[in-house]
Design a protein around this ligand. Structure first.
Ligand SMILES: NC(=O)C1=CN([C@@H]2O[C@H](COP(=O)(O)OP(=O)(O)OC[C@H]3O[C@@H](n4cnc5c(N)ncnc54)[C@H](O)[C@@H]3O)[C@@H](O)[C@H]2O)C=CC1
Ligand SMILES: O=C(O)CCC(=O)N[C@@H](CCC(=O)O)C(=O)O
Length: 490
């Protein structure tokens, strides 16, 4: 495969002037995309073109911006199958799942329009003299960083609200999913977005560093690992004028207590732990099961159902539940993580296995109740750690024993247990009798602790895409009826 013009800067597709890099289909290592990365100079040009486009874009009426964003939604709909296939090829996720990702990208437009009005609209309040008006203004030029696991939907969740609010954007996708990013930008281009309003800089970490450290950006919206998020947070220290929104990983607990429908419990555990081959930030990593017969029965059933999970190619006619992980390296990392836990005293109830040289793994379950020195790491793959408990409060305490705080769930027939759980558990997403993956775009999406910096995305993305401006206004300069004591204006 030859290299090609993969940088979209000021409305033009340009060849990168940096190192070449490529994207592989993780199921068979076929090269599906190859190009040269953007250099720091090219990132600089992209920032300048976004700055130049800012006034004309932000001065446009909201409805005019919305019209273009809606044309993008039309493009997404017309090209949804091509996009779903691209996501599947590049990430390894099965087509049934990537079709929902393409659908979520379309859904994001109406939700972001609603959120713009409801969270950042114009509000007027009468005052004794004049009126108080709240408006919101775009920050300016913002950088969007995306992860590989939802290469379409998650960057889109920053880009759409950012553009609607009037910002101009420089998008740096994951270096593992450049192909999906390129296709998405081509749809923005077809939608007629003016030159410079969105720019794409492709590359590996060096390109990301050049963009994140560029003095010309007014903000950075990041979805990715906690490790990178923390680096960015340090880098942004001492720059209070720049907005930084961090959506990072999790080490998410799911507790089962007195739930009578074992099949439903097992279903919700599997959906929570193994969907997307465990590569969702919301995936359950720790499962708390009651000690005793009830927990034994659930575990037995879970083991049976997990062993029956179909793993396969994204385009298999008989669709698998799990596709390949993002890369051979990520898959090998899961085997290493499993071994580390076993060395610490965990027992493999089902061993996670890796088809070497590919991203394919089978799901694993580890019994970890006796591991004392448990690492607080996000293992971003299909490896579920089981803990048995006798006391509900002790289980909640252990569930909270993490620096992360993204998602958490309770499966129970007892609503009072949920009330208690909701009060005690520390997470931004807390579910009851539902899987802890599959969050709604119509709700805020974000975590606390090492999972985020209190700037939730999805429905609340509008909040970090604009700043509020408070004005006290009167049609004409008018002398007040009563002057302040000690004043005489003759
Ligand atoms: N909370 C949330 O909304 C979500 C969080 N995630 C998290 O994302 C992670 C998986 O995504 P990855 O692509 O592996 O994340 P990552 O942190 O490796 O990369 C994310 C982006 O940051 C860039 N980057 C990496 N190092 C950088 C640096 N030093 N300076 C500037 N840019 C840099 C990458 O090139 C990429 O564009 C998981 O930890 C997952 O939990 C994924 C989806 C949703
Ligand atoms: O961003 C949104 O519109 C809603 C959040 C969302 O879609 N979350 C997904 C995937 C995020 C991840 O875990 O990587 C989910 O909760 O399953």
């Amino acid at each position: 495969m030859t290299t090609h013009a993969a940088q979209f800067i000021n409305g033009e597709w340009l060849a990168g002037q940096g190192e070449a890099f490529s994207s592989l289909n993780p199921a068979n290592n076929e090269v599906i995309w190859q190009a040269n990365s953007a250099t720091a100079d090219q990132v600089d040009t992209a920032v300048k073109s976004a700055r130049e486009a800012f006034y004309s874009w932000s001065d446009m009426a909201f409805e005019a911006r919305l019209e273009i964003v809606k044309r993008f939604a039309e493009q997404l709909k017309e090209n949804s199958e091509e996009l779903a296939i691209a996501i599947a090829k590049e990430t390894g996720k099965p087509l049934w799942e990537t079709r929902t990702e393409a659908g979520a990208m379309v859904g994001k437009i109406a939700i972001s329009e609603k959120a713009y009005h409801e969270r950042t609209g114009v509000v007027e309040n009468a005052m004794p003299v004049g009126r108080a008006v709240i408006r919101h203004k775009a920050h300016g030029v913002v950088a969007v960083f995306g992860p590989y696991n939802f290469p379409g939907h998650l960057p889109n969740g920053h880009i759409v609200p950012a553009l609607l609010a009037g910002n101009t954007v420089i998008f740096k996708p994951s270096e593992l999913t450049p192909y999906v990013a390129e296709l998405t930008l081509k749809l923005w281009e077809k939608a007629g977005l003016p030159a410079g309003v969105i720019n794409l800089v492709q590359g590996e970490v060096e390109t990301g560093k050049a963009l994140a450290s560029h003095r010309g950006i007014d903000g950075l919206f990041f979805t990715g690992s906690s490790r990178t998020g923390h680096i960015l947070h340090e880098q942004f220290a001492g720059q209070p004028g720049k907005i930084l929104a961090l959506e990072m990983g999790g080490n998410n607990p799911l507790i089962v207590k007195d739930a009578s429908d074992t099949k439903a419990v097992v279903h919700d555990i599997i959906q929570s732990a193994f969907i997307s081959s465990g590569q969702r930030c919301t995936c359950a990593r720790k499962l708390f099961l009651p000690a005793g017969e009830q927990g034994d029965a659930i575990l037995e059933h879970l083991v049976r159902a997990t062993k029956a999970i179909k793993v396969g190619n994204f385009d298999d006619e008989d669709q698998p539940f799990m596709g390949s992980m993002i890369s051979n390296q990520a898959a090998a990392g899961m085997v290493a993580a499993q071994q580390q836990l076993i060395d610490l005293g965990a027992e493999a109830i089902i061993e996670l296995t890796h088809k070497e040289g590919t991203g394919f793994v089978t799901p694993g379950i580890l019994e970890c109740s006796n591991v004392t020195d448990f690492p607080d790491d996000e293992h971003f793959g299909p490896l579920l750690k089981v803990f048995r408990y006798t006391d509900f409060d002790a289980a909640i305490e252990k569930a909270n024993d993490t620096s992360f705080g993204l998602s958490a769930g309770l499966l129970s027939d007892n609503a009072e247990d949920y009330d208690h759980f909701l009060r005690r558990i520390r997470a931004g997403i807390v579910n009851f009798n539902r899987p802890i993956t599959g969050a709604s775009s119509a709700a805020p999406f974000g975590g606390i602790g090492a999972s985020g910096n209190h700037r939730a995305s999805a429905y609340y993305a509008a909040d970090y895409c604009a700043y509020p401006v408070a004005s006290v206004e009167l049609e004409k300069v008018t002398l007040p009826g009563a002057l302040s004591p000690g004043l005489s204006i003759d």
